[in-house]
Design a protein around this ligand. Sequence first.
Ligand code: BMP
Length: 245
Amino acid sequence: MRESSFRRRILEKASENSSRVILAFDEPCVEGDFNRLSILCECLAEHVAGVKLGIPAMLSTGIRELSRLISRFSEKCVFIADVKMADVSHVNSLTARLLYDAGFDAVISHGFIGYEGGLEGLFREAETRGGGVILVASMSHSASVEFIDHVMERIVDIALTHGADGVVAPATRTSIIQKVSRMAGGRLLIFTPGIGAQGAGYGAGLSAGGDFEIIGRSILEAPDPLQKLMEVRNIHEKTLAGRPR
Ligand code: BMP
């Protein structure tokens, strides 16, 4: 069973920053100007547990610049690379190595590719570098029921068997979070997207048994992102206080 420092670090940051928010930053930076990302980290990093960077943001910023950004803010929160990996093992291994070496604390991969010849390259790199692994078990969009949801339980099993740090499960369908939470029994962190812009309410993921809410546009596109983030944190505080222990 692998053990990464990611789980410890994200829980530490959640507690230090009193936050269960993972800020999703997907938008591409314009012509190499990554000021917006940098300014947002400056204002928001100490009020979130983590920042999750999506492929458009990563490709347009570039791995070297990202590495500098991560080292500037890594004391404040964790950084998660959301590449939704779904390749064969040796390519997954190369991608994961680049991301962990750049300073990312964890990498998000699809779980449906299976372990042998697929996820094993990622898990190997994660173990060597002490990085975190998060598997997508189900998705927040409606067509998730057509394919991924049929194998959701198998994906959670893989996550448990190989010691992944967490899984992604949708706040738009909270019954799935509840099911994952029962299966995981506290052994996996549950990251829940689909909140705000995609329709689920703030606190929906946490009240269903999730550990973190992944939130992007509804905070980033608010007239005052910091104020919005604080409002969300207040809702989370109340949600957590009302959750059975
Ligand atoms: P937003 O709050 O702006 O809708 O962003 C949601 C974030 O969560 C995006 O970064 C997206 O990649 C991610 N996400 C999702 O929306 N649904 C999933 O099933 C899995 C995700 O990672």
